[in-house]
Design a binder for this molecule. Sequence first.
Ligand code: FES
Length: 107
Amino acid sequence: MKIPLCPASVVANGCSLKVEREGLTLCVFNLDGRFYVTDDACTHGPGSLSEGAILDDIVECDFHGGAFNIRTGAVEAPPCMQPLRTYAVELVDGTVCVDPARTPGGG
Ligand code: FES
């Protein structure tokens, strides 16, 4: 099931947006015009990644400074240990959508 999150135009390049839909709290990132979606909650604690700092394809949690790769969800800096969930993104008529049943690059 595809879930529409937001118009692509509301997330500027190098920025992110927290979106709550269908019981999910997600973070939409725009990296050079390509859109990526992850869980918004930091896997380390109460941090919200939409409030974190974005540097290239890394987001740094503003709680304890842990960091993740936005494209892959991989941990880039401690104290985070657990990767971040990422979602397969589709742009439909200018709207950023995700399908929670699919993983990026998966089926
Ligand atoms: S809550 Fe994000 S690094 Fe601790």
